[in-house]
Design a protein around this ligand. Structure first.
Ligand SMILES: [Zn+2]
Length: 672
């Protein structure tokens, strides 16, 4: 009874696994699979003599004693001729039509997976051996590693299997699994793999199958080798469909094509899809579909006459780093770019490749004059993926990261924990100018109506505006404005009027307009209600800045560094000289206001007013409102559920009032 139950479990687990690993259509959640798997393990522990060879528990075995044995292939594993363009593909079609004396050939087209070819031998339906391609005549017996791959059936899904069946296929690592594997390697400080193919090869050559078992490998069948006791279907395509029924994964993009033109169309189709596939392919294999015709054509040397591989342009090539340039992006990010000896890769000539950031340069260990591997897939920006250390020349020199922005000379800053290094000259950096101007004039900033994105780009391109200050001198360049595209008398006058009007602004808008990193509207408001004077804000150090509500150490650093830049300070001065002003209501009477010089902190939840309303009212009475309690705090307003700020105020003996208390205070000064 229990024995039959065990056999049923094996069948069920193998069905689930087939649906998951071969059909990509899971039937049950992983947890259900694991539950049955554990039950099976229990039975097998109790009855070790019952263990079946196709039990999923048998996939991961022990280390083989002595490396991998060499095994001869019953039928050699062939290599294919290559076609690198449509013309040689047409020649191939013409050649075999002539040999066969036919007008038309049907081909089977399959994506050529970039992995490792293997041959699997099944006897009476059971997997007995898995061998690498090797030199085509013999390869290494890696059965114990092959078994760990779930898309390799341990047993064919049929009750009437051929006596002997050899299946040829490719073992590969999908891109996602490859990226995860490399991420893990980085985390554990181990060496990363250059590409999925190397990762698949490295995984299969592990002497310990337990390691191979952890690697995300997939097997996809592409042809039938030696067989006994079975009449093969008459077409290659149908043969693969039969393999699919027996439990093998076949490529779902496999298709039949008619004649040379059909093959070319298939190439165009797949070349477009290539980048988006979840696995790497390096070309297409075209095979004459009719087995009878294949046999008629036969072989030349070790390549079949009836098949050809059409290669995609290589995605990786080796070339030399001539130098490293540093580009400044629209947001100020400094990106190192390797200048390369031009090389044809991914279908285009590449002479630059990104090195991403400083950390990546260190990780690659790249030096100027080094030979490197450049990768380019689809429209993706080419990147350097590896240094070829064997070829490092004597004149290899270190890459020196600049200390100042190569465009504007401002200081660079790197936020802790981030890889990106940025220019701090937000207002003045030419590289960032268009973006910072668009922000500067936007509605919530300086609000200059009529100065749209297109016009800003024109003004910058024609060098009429080099800094935000130049916007306020545009009136002097009226004639030039009139000569610009789509700028009539009326629109120019309207623009100049709104520029004039924008000079009257608010302090918080002005600070927001400066485009300091991570200083949004709310932060600008908080900064300007705490530091009511521009000079105080500009002079504030990080310690003073973190006193402001919602300003943490990173924002404080951005603000501090921004105002430290000489060019930023000059621009601010220029803006004020150009006539930018704001009402300093609170300043005029500051000393006379009832709460002048007092610092308040508001915390907890209030019922009659929002926290922001209370803060505004306190500020209107001259108080500073801070975000954190310190010894300098004069009073804490604590609503319901006040937390750490209340505890801190208590420990520092800071006076505390509740909601009623603050309402009374505001009433007393006529603020409500
Ligand atoms: Zn810059």
């Amino acid at each position: 009874m229990m024995h039959q139950q065990m056999l049923d479990m094996i069948q069920q687990l193998n069905d689930y696994s087939y649906a998951y690993h071969v059909k990509d259509a899971p039937i049950v959640p992983d947890a259900e699979y694991d539950r049955i798997y554990r039950q099976l393990q229990e039975i097998e522990t109790k009855h070790p003599n019952w263990i079946q060879p196709d039990s999923p528990t048998q996939r991961v075995g022990e280390k083989p004693d002595s490396g991998f044995a060499n095994v001869a292939h019953t039928v050699p594993m062939l290599s294919l001729d290559n076609a690198f363009d449509n013309e040689s593909l047409s020649d191939f079609d013409q050649r075999i039509r002539k040999l066969l004396k036919v007008d038309h050939i049907t081909y089977c087209c399959e994506p050529k997976l970039d992995g490792l070819a293997i041959s699997l031998r099944y006897e009476e339906g059971r997997l007995v051996r898995g061998v690498t391609r090797g030199d085509g005549l013999s390869g290494e017996d890696i059965t114990s590693n092959i078994k760990t791959i779930y898309s390799v059936p341990m047993k064919l899904r049929t009750s009437t299997p051929p006596a002997v069946l050899e299946v040829r296929g490719e073992i590969y690592m999908p891109k996602e699994g490859f990226e995860k594997l490399n991420a893990l390697a980085v985390e554990q400080g181990e060496k990363t793999f250059v590409n999925p193919r190397n990762a698949a090869a490295g995984s299969l050559r592990q002497l310990d199958p337990k390691i191979t078992a952890k690697r995300p490998l997939v097997m996809c069948a592409y042809s039938i080798g030696y067989v006994e006791g079975w009449d093969q279907p008459k077409s290659h395509y149908e043969g693969l469909l039969q393999l699919s029924e027996w439990g093998f994964r076949i490529n779902d993009l496999m298709a039949k094509a008619e004649g040379a033109q059909g093959c070319i169309d298939y190439y165009e189709m797949l070349n477009e899809k290539r980048v988006d596939l979840s696995y790497d392919i390096d070309g297409i294999v075209y095979k004459v579909d009719q087995i009878a015709l294949q046999n008629q054509l036969g072989f030349i040397a070790r390549a079949p006459r009836w098949a050809i591989a059409r290669k995609f342009p290589a995605q990786e090539e080796m070339t030399r780093v001539l130098g490293v340039d540093f580009q400044v992006g629209r947001t100020g990010a400094i990106t190192p770019v390797a200048r390369l000896e031009p090389v044809f890769v991914g279908g285009v000539t590449v002479s630059n490749a990104t090195l991403h950031n400083k950390d990546e340069i260190a990780r690659l260990g790249v030096k100027i004059n080094d030979f490197v591997v450049v990768h380019r897939a689809g429209d993706v920006i080419p990147k350097v993926v590896q240094v070829v250390l064997d070829k490092r020349p004597d004149n290899a020199t270190d890459v020196i990261f600049p200390e100042a922005c190569p465009v504007c000379g401002s200081d660079l800053e790197q936020v802790e924990g981030e890889a990106v290094i940025r220019c701090t000259g937000g207002l003045v950096c030419g590289a960032q100018l268009k973006e910072s101007l668009k922000h500067f004039v936007s509605r919530k900033a300086m609000d200059i109506d009529g100065l749209g994105d297109k016009l800003i780009e024109q003004l910058v391109d024609q060098e009429l505006v080099k800094t935000p200050v130049d916007i306020f001198t545009l009136a002097e360049k009226k004639d030039t404005l009139l000569s610009m595209e789509r700028m009539g008398q009326k629109s120019v006058e309207k623009l100049l009027a709104s520029i004039e009007a924008a000079k009257n602004t608010q302090f918080n808008r002005f600070i927001y307009a400066l485009g300091i990193r991570e200083v949004g509207e709310a932060t600008a408001r908080a900064l300007t209600s705490y530091f009511t004077e521009l000079n105080d804000l500009m002079a504030a150090d990080q310690e003073a800045l973190v006193e402001v509500e919602d300003v943490g150490p990173i924002v404080a650093q951005h603000v501090h560094v921004f105002f430290e830049q000489e060019l930023n300070r000059e621009t601010i001065k220029g803006l004020l000289e150009a006539g930018v002003v704001w009402q300093k209501k609170q300043q005029i009477f500051a000393d006379e206001l009832p709460l002048s010089g007092k610092t308040y902190v508001v915390t907890g939840s209030l019922t009659q007013f929002s926290r922001d309303q209370v803060k505004d009212k306190l500020q209107a009475l001259g108080a500073k409102v801070s975000g954190s309690v310190s010894a300098k705090t004069d009073c804490l307003v604590a609503g319901e559920k006040a937390g750490s700020k209340l505890t801190k105020a208590q420990s520092l003996d800071v006076p505390i009032i509740d909601e009623e208390g603050v309402i009374a205070l505001l009433n007393q000064h006529g603020a409500i």
